[in-house]
Design a protein around this ligand. Structure first.
Ligand code: XBP
Ligand code: MG
Length: 245
């Protein structure tokens, strides 16, 4: 299994990264503030530095000034996000620990492939799940091309020695689903407020979350009837990984 982080293992964008970006803008005395809708639009660009470059260019900030500003702004945003996470402000999504425990019990190798920065990814994964659960954690710092490019997933497969044919990715967004599919993986999508209306084409199933015993997830798309018990659980994942691509 290879898990995405932002929006998938953790609910981190609207009340997490977005708030950290806005605090960094304020500290730098910049007039920018990303409301929820604007941030949803900007999420189409993966990677915080690229997101900043795109927005500042839209605001008419020239290339030289952006080169000077973006690394410093993003470094501060990352510090702010790390302290938000340390303060418990970035929650794990419901059902993630249940599924990770189930996978551990079944001896399934679990890895992470995220576009986010290692500086916050490692402590946040450790806080919620224990870093040792993950055979490898591939972050935006470890690849030259970010999602929807498949590099993060290709690297995770290479490091773990896993075969794309027997590996399932869990993602929340079009960029993430496209990245995992381009690496040859089958994908289970779990949507959130920002991605509920995205097409998530080629995901084997689309749920509104991981679900819990007695509280099944909302099933948005499951044309082949792969979802068992209304949960993203071992039974559902086995159905997904054995379905013909
Ligand atoms: C989501 C992203 C990241 C975060 C912000 O990553 O695109 O850029 O929005 O984190 P994923 P950084 O869904 O692949 O986990 O500012 O550290 O990039
Ligand atoms: Mg994501």
């Amino acid at each position: 299994m290879i898990f995405d982080v932002d929006g998938t293992l953790v609910d981190s964008e609207r009340d997490g990264h977005r708030v950290a970006f806005n605090s960094a803008f304020a500290e730098f005395g910049l007039p920018f503030r990303w409301d929820e809708e604007t941030y949803g639009r900007l999420l189409a660009v993966t990677g915080g530095q690229r997101r900043l470059h795109g927005y500042l260019a839209e605001q008419g900030v020239d290339g030289a000034e952006r080169e000077r500003l973006v690394p410093r702004l993003h470094a501060r945003k990352t510090e702010l996000f790390i302290s938000m996470a340390a303060g418990g402000e970035v929650p794990a999504r419901k059902g993630t620990v249940r599924l990770l425990d189930e996978l551990a019990g079944a001896g399934v190798t679990v890895a992470v492939a995220t576009t986010g920065s290692r500086a916050w990814v490692e402590p946040l994964l450790d806080r919620h799940f224990g870093r040792a659960r993950f055979a490898t954690v591939v972050t935006g710092d470890d690849v030259s091309d970010r999602k929807p490019h498949p590099e993060a997933y290709v690297v995770a497969l290479r490091v773990t020695g896993a075969d794309a044919q027997t590996t399932v990715a869990v993602e929340d967004s079009d960029n993430g689903v496209r990245s995992a599919r381009a690496a040859g993986l089958r994908v289970a999508a779990v949507t959130n407020d920002y991605t509920a209306t995205q097409e998530l084409r080629d995901a084997a199933v689309v749920l509104d979350g991981f679900g819990a015993p007695g509280r099944p997830a909302g099933v948005r798309r499951d044309p082949e009837g792969l979802v068992e018990h209304g949960l993203l659980d071992m039974a559902t994942l086995e159905n997904i990984v054995t379905r013909p691509l």
